[in-house]
Design a protein around this ligand. Sequence first.
Ligand SMILES: Nc1ncnc2c1ncn2[C@@H]1O[C@H](COP(=O)(O)OP(=O)(O)O)[C@@H](O)[C@H]1O
Ligand SMILES: O=C(CO)[C@@H](O)[C@H](O)COP(=O)(O)O
Length: 465
Amino acid sequence: MTSRTIVSGIDSSTQSCKAVTVDAETGDILSTASAAHPDGTAVDPRHWWKALQDCTPDGFADSAALAVSAQQHGLVALGADNRPVYDALLWNDTRSAPQAAQLRERYGDPWWAREIGVVPVSSFTLTKLAWLAQNEPAVAAATRTVLLPHDWLTWQLAGTKEAPTTDRSDASGTGYFSVPQNSYRPELIEEAFGSVPQLPRVLAPNETAGRTPAGTLLAAGCGDNAGAALGLGLRPGEVVVSIGTSGTVFTSTPKPVEDPSGAVAGFADATGQNLPLLATINAARILASTARLLTVDLPELDRLASAGPVDAAGLTLVPYFDGERTPNLPDARGTLLGMSRANLTPENLARSAVLGLLCSLADALDALRAQGIAADRVLLIGGVAKSGSVRAAAADILSAEIQVPEPAEYVALGAARQAAWALSGDAEPPQWKRRIQTSFEPTQSGWAADVRGRFKDAKERLYGV
Ligand SMILES: Nc1ncnc2c1ncn2[C@@H]1O[C@H](COP(=O)(O)OP(=O)(O)O)[C@@H](O)[C@H]1O
Ligand SMILES: O=C(CO)[C@@H](O)[C@H](O)COP(=O)(O)O
């Protein structure tokens, strides 16, 4: 029997690190492991490195190649000794909202959308650099290198001997990389941070980033949503709704998307194309927080959410618990409306959390549709895609056919696919089969329109959006 080639993929996301080993020829997942990350919106990157090592104890001994995909935007600031000088401010940290507003005011949203591809919000790395310079000047002065989470982990895996690298998909989420021009814009860093630290070289999609000390080839790596697109083999025009720590709605387009409203981020993908994307700060944790309030576990929350009226009897949750990015309301908090003695039941509360989550994502999907993306069919992934109540309600609330791929760590699988691509030296990544587990069609009943109408009215009344 000819020995198969094994590749590894890492997803270092907000809440945990996931690692998969994969058959490089077929894309079959051979093993999956995970290790938790600390909670918080500012985290010492060394926790990510420990979690990665904890879920790969064999040190990739059997893998011919590996790649790291990770949460986007996080600011990893390194000193002259190449050690972190500050906890990494993550994508869901909103303290740099004032700096984002200053940067938008400085150039105007249409300029950002046209020249850079994204309009600054607190998630993006550039706004975090501006916050650091204004609020921690000594730390800013000690900063010599700025990396993203996937860059820093790839560099640790390479033994930090060679210069650090990144890829176009993750660079596109910084706010200082121009997607239309495919290059850094260092003058924006100079203006926001006061100096231009070392930045990682941007590798081509199938370029290698080096080798581990044991000789395993390292691919470029990518941002986590680009990793998911690679893992799914996303085709142009197909739309993904990913419900994990963040909620994301994205598609693949040949040309960059320019949205001066700032709602759609004109990111790049990990294949040389583009990945227009909207992200919400509040997603899986809406359900986890509601489960905690009801003192039940997630399976019981799922059961409760399916046991009562489909419309939660009018109970409406606007779930902006941690501030929100889509819409850009960094200081918002959650609000529950429509409570009565009759409808305030565990079933309706659980249902209102599911509906609030989906309505928030439906608003994002409508903003993507406004860019000319049809989005009649949606691929539903992420940890919450395992929820039966979310799956059953999604088709009506999102007004789309829902296809649920077989549950897998698609971000890590995408990283493994990139590793196999770099290993092959081919022009295109290997063709791995996508397996759909189930699908759901909209029921054409009117309940979802009423629920979305109540959600829109609540947002308008509470936040004027
Ligand atoms: N059956 C379920 N119902 C609701 N939420 C779930 C379920 N299974 C997992 N989750 C949630 O999915 C989240 C993890 O999803 P994942 O996509 O791995 O997140 P990340 O964005 O960190 O990669 C966890 O926060 C967990 O609460
Ligand atoms: O900010 C974004 C995308 O712009 C988020 O998607 C982060 O990349 C976090 O990803 P997860 O931890 O939810 O996978």
